[in-house]
Design a protein around this ligand. Structure first.
Ligand code: ACM
Length: 268
């Protein structure tokens, strides 16, 4: 019998302080120094914080990931610990600013995803993502990235599943309460693992307060919650998962959630 492919995935749920990039980075580095996870997911925008007042403020915080001491420090950690990190990132690319997710590993930047579906005030200061959805292979494990509000568009998870994603890595800064339940469906309908890393705490801004909902979670194919955190406490959590579970798309003996699709009949 072939040996099961297993990997330990985790998340770090915490409360970044708006604008305190070095402090937030230090907190993440300290926490991940002792993680037993092979792949760890951080929230959306975990270093800058979330609620920018305007484009100018975002421009002053956004960085080119290829020229970023934040990314260099995270990659050094990946080298030291032999891990991969999926993290939110305020990405500067020429005159554009994207709400991005980076897949980092011992070899550096392994993948970038730019949030396709901007939420609420993000539309005021971010540029919408301009890269196609793509799955990244790290040592035989296939990673799909989506960010926060992408949860409400089933096309995102489905596109990644059709490309062979084993794990949907999902950095989030959720302020609504529907997502965690909905991600169970994303893990059922695509028979994939999902890791939603959400932040906690509150940001107070002149345009209003933002309360984040925590309850980060790791979900198995079939929508089984492996672990769900609470809505206020800092937490680093990891669990070993069997990747083979995400490669069997059968939901009954006669039904396969991907092969049974009838795309010729769907609206385009
Ligand atoms: C969100 O997309 N940050 C709600």
């Amino acid at each position: 019998m072939e040996k099961a492919v297993t990997v330990t995935v985790g998340y770090y749920q915490f409360s970044p302080e708006f604008g305190c990039v070095s402090k937030n980075l230090m907190e993440v580095l300290n926490c991940l120094e002792n993680t037993d996870a092979d792949i760890i997911v951080l929230p959306e925008l975990p270093f800058t914080g979330y609620g920018f007042s305007n484009r100018e403020e975002l421009l002053s915080y956004s960085e080119d990931p290829n020229d970023s001491s934040t990314v260099s420090d995270l990659v050094s950690l990946c080298v030291r610990r032999g891990i991969h990190i999926v993290t939110g990132f305020a990405e500067r690319s020429d005159d554009k600013c994207f709400n991005s997710s980076l897949l980092l590993g011992p070899s550096g930047i392994c993948g970038i995803y730019r949030k396709l579906h901007l939420f609420d005030r993000e539309k005021v200061y971010f540029d919408p993502g301009n890269l196609p959805l793509k799955v990244f292979d790290i040592g035989g494990i296939r990673i799909g990235m989506m960010i926060c509000f992408d949860w409400i568009f089933p096309e995102v998870a489905r596109t990644l599943a059709l490309q062979g994603a084993d794990i949907l890595c999902h950095p989030a800064n959720l302020v609504l309460t529907y997502c965690q339940q909905t991600m169970l469906s994303r893990s059922i309908e695509n028979m994939v693992y999902s890791v939603t890393a959400n932040r906690t705490g509150c940001e107070k801004h002149s345009f209003g307060d933002l309360e984040f909902t925590g309850t980060s979670q790791i979900v198995a194919p079939g929508g089984v919650i492996i672990h769900r955190g609470d809505n206020e406490n800092k937490e680093v959590y990891s669990a070993e998962i069997n990747i083979d579970r995400a490669r069997n798309k059968a939901i009954t003996q006669r039904n396969d959630v991907l092969a049974d699709r009838r795309p010729g009949y769907y609206l385009r």
